[in-house]
Design a protein around this ligand. Sequence first.
Ligand code: ARG
Ligand code: ZN
Length: 421
Amino acid sequence: RLGLFTLLFGLALVAAEQGYEGYRIYEVTPTNAAQGKLLHGLSQQGYDFLSLSRLVGHPSRVIVSPAQLSSFEELLKEQLISNRLLNDNLGATIAMEFAQRQLQRRLSPITGKGRLSTDRYYTHEEITNYIDDLAARYPERVYVKTVGWSYEKRIIKTITITNGDRRPNKKVIFMDGTFHAREWISPAAVLYVIDQLAEQFDQNADLLKDYDWVILPVVNPDGYEHTQKGTLARIFRKTRQPYKYLGQTCYGADPNRNFDFHWNEEGASSTPCVDTYAGPKPFSEPETVVVRDLMHSLADRGVMYLTIHSFGNYLLYPWGWTNDLPETWMDLDEVAKAGGDAIEAATGTVYAVGSSTNVLYIAAGASDDYAFYAGFNISITMELSGGGITGFDPPASKIDEFVTETWIGIRAMAEKVIEKY
Ligand code: ARG
Ligand code: ZN
């Protein structure tokens, strides 16, 4: 599938890796279905969408390179697409956000032990140390297990939280975070869930009576660490295994396109330099192998799989590879709606609920479809609130608000699952 178009597209992406000087971000909002379709078409033609929705009235964000600018602006005018210039120099803004973060980090060094605060983001190493410390402090209720290593040989651990009754073969809620490197609010939200279940056990014992929670906070530690290395790397999405393409090296596959269920079908790319690269084969990435093996090892006890992404405020369920709905879609919808309703009632934030393909976009080879196929009754991708200019960079001052809001939704979904299964 190599053509001139792919070649030009590849080169444009390589250029993008060099920096974002003069790149702009537009918010575009389709006012009818045809416009929604048009935006989706742009995403297949080399436009880098930071968020993309096919819902009328739902804003999407797109990066526009200096080379794309004139044709993009023409298109907006011609098609009368409602739009807003959010940023006129992405390079400068990312640099500024980076500098602010460095400052914040110096102001609040972590103590290393005890409860984590929600006023900053943590590194993979800090998160790993934290869950180890939790297991040491609550040995009767909390276990940490090494489940694998990333491509760059970072350790990947799960934390299992129980109520300590040691009943074997309890039902399981399996949750993970940080598939995508740049989605920093994801590990923050997962850490907050861990905090609630482990440290605030007394208030949440109902969620652990018949269920164990198995939690993998950072699926993609290499990518996550990479996004902390500098301004250019901040919006990196994928894993870090290098792939050669047209004499260049591009890094990573999209872990959420790498699962062996309708692998590399719609909404995934065969081009290594593209953000939705499915990988050279299913499960080419050690990180997705880890998640797959966990899913299979938990499948007969696994009732709900929850994967935390950002951003856009969605609660998505299968399928993501087709616009058909699974037979049990009403169960999925009931659980997801319980989460969305609880959040809206408590904070006013509105989550869009539906199947991935129908509400967001078609994307095959993702973990939610795989978990559902592997036997989890309920499988949900949660796309949290966005912040910062790209949406992936909520200021540290927003973390607390976003993670507590997320917890309200997760708690409500867990309650619903416990009641139903
Ligand atoms: N933002 C996520 C991604 O692009 C959404 C995945 C939704 N699930 C799906 N099976 N398409 O990876
Ligand atoms: Zn994501």
